[in-house]
Design a protein around this ligand. Structure first.
Ligand code: GDP
Length: 462
């Protein structure tokens, strides 16, 4: 078993990276320096790789006077115990003297170092990532721990750094025409049914969120008995949902109402509303965007849906106040079409009519949540994926761009939550966005990812 230590100066995003790899997206991370508490250890999962990971935050709260000294001691201890190091810098701020100081420390250790330029989302981060070459620690991997970008590159780097663990099985020849074997012959899933499914209900004020949530929790209370109870902490409510047919499932609901109770004055409430939606979306695995069916798809609704896509969460649309709708069949058809049209990047998402007031549609809504959660966790086998890819490329080959022959050789899905695909080939930097979209749409339709954001990245060998 391998251990990787995350090293870097405060506030470069070590904890976000740690959380991302360990899967505890709940731990609060924010922009102020020194927010993280202890030195933490966890089991990281990166594609099919598993290793222990150590986060060396903690010290960031220590007395500024002794900061460097204590940090150094702690860092040295972590390096000592590790087989490899993730050395993290902030691509947005560029290199600082402290980065160089820590860089010297890790270089002296002689251990394999994977240099990570974090916060590299978008173009802004690229310059900082280049600057990181300066450390003399090899080629930096441009990553966004927060947004989940760059993880396939990180995956490849870890494989290279840990050759023992990543050696291919004996019977497989390493040649560049064969798909990279990720060890999964069957379709898989990252779903852990023992963990509560995290849900948030978001939507404009007065869409009926509180009414619906109370309805969901109320019914649960009837099903599980008063002793089983519902526990509320500051941000979420735990409960168990038992579908009419099927097994009971632990769930965790973002407590929109709780937040509202704490906001007293109107001004504060409105401010809270925007930040609240962001926090709710970040909290959740599945987001229910609750619309008032009598005034559906306002601008604010679409902004929230965009946020869901960007954060890589699964989406279900609830059409609330369905009891007020006259021609229900017609409106449902209309709104389903509208949803696909307005939110093509989440196409096919479940659109479920409900009435929080009358308590109708709740079972269907919960069923849609469970289903999309399953799909969001799904991992396709490399074999299946490449059989599909071959056909898709044959029917519609990638275009030649200014005389360059673009060749897609194979693809894999190193991770789910949301589904993340990596294309391997030549000249992929020149692959037009339209072709990428073509592939994403194909994946969405062939393998069923309705309401699930799909990520694709490219690794090009020339
Ligand atoms: P929130 O701001 O999204 O939490 O909305 P509330 O749950 O406070 O509901 C806003 C208003 O809509 C209240 O007056 C509710 O009684 C009403 N409401 C909520 N759900 C329904 C529904 O399913 N049907 C109808 N007719 N009214 C509803």
């Amino acid at each position: 078993h391998f251990t990787i230590a995350i090293i870097g100066r405060p506030n470069v995003g070590k904890s976000t990276l740690f959380n991302r790899l360990v899967g505890k997206k709940l731990a609060l991370v924010d922009d102020r320096p020194g927010v993280t508490r202890d030195r933490r250890e966890g089991e990281a999962q990166l594609g099919d790789l598993e290793f222990s990971i150590v986060d060396t935050a903690g010290l960031e709260q220590s007395d500024p006077d002794s900061l460097t000294g204590r940090m150094r001691a702690q860092t040295e201890a972590a390096i000592e115990g590790a087989d490899a190091i993730f050395f993290v810098i902030d691509a947005r701020t560029g290199l600082t003297p402290t980065d160089r100081h820590f860089g010297d420390l890790v270089r002296r250790s002689g251990k394999p170092i994977i240099l990570i330029a974090n916060k590299a989302e978008g173009k802004v981060g690229t310059a900082g990532a280049y600057e990181a070459f300066d450390l003399g620690l090899g080629e930096p991997i441009a990553l966004s721990a927060e947004h989940g970008d760059g993880f396939s590159e990180l995956y490849a780097a870890v494989r290279e750094a840990l050759p023992e663990q990543t050696a291919l099985p004996d019977d497989i020849e390493e040649d560049d025409t064969a798909p990279l074997v990720l060890g999964d012959e069957e379709d898989g899933s990252e779903l852990d049914p023992t963990k509560p499914l995290r849900i948030a209900v978001v939507g404009r004020p007065n869409a009926g969120k509180s009414t619906l949530i109370n309805r969901i929790l109320g019914e649960d209370r009837l099903l599980t008995g008063p002793e089983a109870g519902i526990t509320r902490d500051s941000i979420s409510v735990d409960f168990v949902w038992t579908p009419p047919r099927g097994e009971a499932r632990k769930m965790k609901l973002f407590d929109t109402a709780g937040l509202r109770r704490r906001a007293s004055i109107q001004d504060k409430l409105e401010k809270l509303a925007a930040g609240d939606a962001i926090r709710a979306v970040k909290f959740a695995e599945v987001v229910v965007l609750l619309l008032d069916a009598t005034i559906p798809f306002e601008k604010q609704d679409l902004t929230i849906a965009d946020l869901v896509e960007r954060e890589g969460r699964a989406l279900v649309i609830g059409l609330n106040k369905w009891d007020l709708v006259q021609d229900q069949q017609k409106l449902l058809k209309e709104l389903r079409e509208k949803a696909d049209h307005l939110l093509p990047q989440l196409r096919g998402m479940a659109v479920v009519p409900v009435s929080g007031l009358e308590g109708t549609g709740i079972d269907k809504l919960m069923a849609a949540i469970l289903r999309v959660h399953e799909l969001w966790n799904k991992r396709l086998s490399t074999g299946r994926l490449n059989r599909w890819l071959e056909g898709a490329i044959e029917r519609t080959p990638p275009p030649a761009v200014s005389g360059r022959r673009i060749k897609i050789r194979y693809m894999t899905q190193p991770k789910a939550r949301p589904p993340y695909f990596v294309l391997f080939g030549n000249q992929l930097d020149h692959l037009p966005t339209s072709y990428e979209r073509f592939l994403i749409n194909g994946l969405r339709e062939t393998f069923e990812f309705p309401g699930v954001p799909i990520r694709i990245s490219k690794r090009t060998s020339s």
